[in-house]
Write a protein that binds this ligand. Structure first.
Ligand code: DP6
Length: 414
């Protein structure tokens, strides 16, 4: 007897780190933002979510699509898919898109009749302020859209998929693309025009590296979902940001990316991070994400840039912080050695293996940059920065082979 066909897909999706921050929703169910945002997608060679999804063709409850019992395992633990919750809504939307496809082409297998088993893993700590929800949700959408053949040749664009990812977690919509990605806030009440679009692919400006200084990998204090609505409700500064700052900044930073203009990119990135944390402080009661180590990193980068600009060499690094104390430094490839040397001098590591082998020469007594004030911050103890992840701009979600599946032959986690 012929065995049943296996309908399964496995994909990875990247982390993205915003340089113009999303903070605030005008619709909390559809996840429609109060301002547009822009991010850099980071390489999946270092940070990624991996997801497998399979149609369960053998159980008895498959006859009625309304009765299918989807199951989800995150990092090995089964999670409930809450009725009407974010994941449930994403799955319902993808099923509807597949149903439309099946009704247009009757030769397609009726995959929407089957329950889904989904297993997902991150290769970095969840909720460490490293945008795990963005890569996790976009891996889910990428995997099920692959399984359901929701592809450009079937009339479904990546921006269409980003609209679904957005409803799982706002920032996830930007992880559907590689490179430099804008999330247009849109104006419609139904969210149809609130989608991610590519500003430039990674290949346009491939030498942008990221140094992630993990100050703490503990779960963060105020979750972003709750924090941002408190800001919407109480901050006057947020209104100013939405109306008078972000629209022009989106234009300027998009132009900087198109022109590979690092100075302008760095100026906008740091100003936007500062303003995001200022609106957090302007919230009632105030929200603090930065700690003393975060602020020391800011001072260090600011002094390095000051000395470099004064010496006529332009900006060397741009810091940005999300809803947590970890710093992300964007640096051009040619400056990575210098910036790493500086970071490791002030925030020493027990061990640091550089995947790019661009790390500093041991004990190189460099003076960094002419005029740099070495006393700007004290040299910290080992452990102040728990670890450093060196990565760079990267591509969008990847489809993997079945060998990489997280599910076994029965569709259960391996
Ligand atoms: C500070 O996308 O995690 O990282 O839409 O409620 O899931 P939800 O929020 P989320 O917020 C991210 C906020 C941020 C800024 C950004 O990534 O743009």
């Amino acid at each position: 007897m012929a065995s049943d066909p296996v309908y399964e897909a496995t994909c990875t999706a990247p982390v993205n780190i915003a340089v113009v921050k999303y903070w605030g929703k005008r619709d909390t169910t559809l996840i429609l933002p109060t301002n547009s945002s822009l991010s850099v997608t980071l390489s999946q060679d270092h940070l990624r979510s991996l997801t497998s999804a399979r149609c369960i063709t053998t159980t008895s409850n498959n006859s009625n699509a309304n009765a299918v019992a989807d199951r989800l395992w995150l990092n090995g633990h089964e999670e409930e898919i809450q009725q009407g919750g974010r994941t449930h809504r994403c799955l319902a939307e993808l099923r509807q898109m597949r149903k439309d496809l099946e009704s247009r082409d009757s030769s397609l297998p009726k995959l929407t009749d089957f329950a889904l088993h989904i297993a997902s893993e991150n290769n970095f700590p969840t909720a460490a302020g490293l945008a795990s929800s963005a890569s996790g949700l976009s891996a889910l959408i990428a995997t099920i859209s692959t399984l359901y053949a929701l592809l450009p040749e079937n009339g479904v664009s990546v921006s269409d998929l980003s609209r679904v990812a957005r409803q799982g977690s706002g920032s996830a919509c930007r992880s559907m693309f590689g490179g430099y990605v804008a999330w247009d806030m849109g104006t419609r009440d139904d969210g149809h025009d609130s989608v991610a679009v590519e500003v430039a692919p990674a290949s346009h400006w491939p030498d942008l590296h990221a140094l992630i200084l993990v100050v703490s990998d503990k779960k963060k204090g105020t979750p972003s979902t709750a924090g941002m609505q408190r800001t919407v409700a109480t901050s006057d500064l947020l209104k100013h940001r939405i109306d008078h700052v972000v629209p022009a900044r989106m234009d300027r930073i998009s132009t900087a990316i198109r022109n590979r203009d690092f100075d302008q990119f760095a100026i906008e990135t740091m100003a936007d991070s500062n303003q995001f944390h200022a609106v957090c402080l302007d919230t009632q009661p105030p929200i603090f994400y930065l700690n003393d180590v975060s602020r020391a990193v800011i001072q260090l980068v600011a002094e390095l840039n000051r000395a470099s600009v004064d010496a006529g060499k332009g900006y060397l690094a741009a810091y940005t912080y999300d809803a947590g104390p970890n710093a992300v430094l964007y640096v051009r490839e040619r400056d990575v050695k210098l910036v790493l040397e500086l970071v490791l001098r002030y925030f020493p590591q027990q061990t640091f293996d550089d995947p790019f082998h661009l790390g500093p020469e041991p004990a190189a007594a460099s003076s960094f940059v002419q005029g740099f004030n070495a006393a700007v911050i004290p040299e910290h103890e080992v452990g102040a920065v728990a670890r450093i992840i060196h990565t760079k701009v990267g591509d969008g979600p990847r489809v993997l082979s079945s060998d990489e599946s997280l599910l076994n032959g029965e569709g259960m986690p391996k």
